[in-house]
Design a protein around this ligand. Structure first.
Ligand code: ADP
Length: 237
């Protein structure tokens, strides 16, 4: 239940971004439809140009409906479903959802995704939720950065031990030991409007996948959160 509540809360925070993601293609649909009417109204009608406009309309409408499909999937309350998951695909889907949030906060993202990683077995939506939480926390941790660039790095790789590793590195306030000790506890928050459930739910989700979620202070500034997930037996051998 709590996982669902937090997911919805996070979606609430993302509402402005999501609205923008949908509004943009809709605006393009309208202007292309206008243009199309114009091409058809010529004498003789410019059918090639009209066809092109309609093709663009189809593309933009598909983009908008894809955004809605992803949000629906995220907001829907479903049983946990363990299926083969390409983690890089999960990262890309999450990036599409938080793109606007990143832009608003002037955060750039560096993605270093290993190619050829075996699939892991997991619940795609829950893994998305974990990643969204980590990215949103990273953005918030860099809110006060003036001198330092606001940069998130997301990396996927595998260790020598049959685990997939996914890390989210920020250059934010970092973790002092007081926070590190308690941040995975339910309701621990240092934010004025924080709920303090994000990391505790993330950890439960990762542990339900037989994995580990850990955090380190970076050598430079900021923090790194690492998800380690086991590859299914067959893939690891
Ligand atoms: P909330 O974001 O609502 O506070 P979380 O469980 O996600 O709840 O986080 C708990 C606390 O852990 C935060 O309030 C913050 O103090 C700390 N924290 C989480 N992510 C980071 C980060 N990337 N850098 C520094 N501190 C963090």
């Amino acid at each position: 239940e709590l996982a669902h509540v937090t997911r919805i809360t996070t979606l609430g925070e993302l509402t402005a971004s999501i609205a923008h993601e949908i509004n943009q293609p809709l605006a393009a649909v309208i202007s292309n439809a206008d243009a199309c009417i114009g091409w058809l109204g010529r004498d003789p009608a410019d059918l090639d140009a009209a066809r092109r406009s309609v093709e663009w309309i189809v593309e933009d409408a598909n983009r908008a409906s894809e955004v809605i499909r992803r949000i629906r999937a995220l907001a829907k309350k479903t049983e946990i479903e363990m299926v083969p998951v390409d983690i890089n695909q999960v990262v890309r889907e999450v990036m599409a959802l938080v793109r606007r949030e990143l832009a608003t906060h002037a955060v750039s993202v560096r993605m270093e995704l290993s190619s050829g990683l075996p699939n892991i077995c997991g619940d795609r939506i829950q893994l998305q939720q974990v990643l969204i939480n980590l990215v949103m926390n990273g953005i918030e941790a860099m809110q006060a950065n003036v001198q330092l660039p606001r940069e998130l790095a997301i990396r996927s790789s595998q260790d020598g031990d049959g685990h997939l590793l996914l890390t989210v590195t920020d250059r934010g306030v970092g973790l002092d030991s007081d926070v590190t000790d308690r941040m995975f506890m339910p309701f621990f928050t240092t934010k004025s409007s924080g709920l303090g459930m994000g990391l505790s739910i993330c950890r439960s989700i990762i542990e339900a996948h037989a994995g580990r979620l850990s955090a380190f202070q970076n050598d430079g500034s900021g923090a790194t959160f690492q998800i380690a997930l086991p590859f299914p037996q067959e893939a690891a051998s």
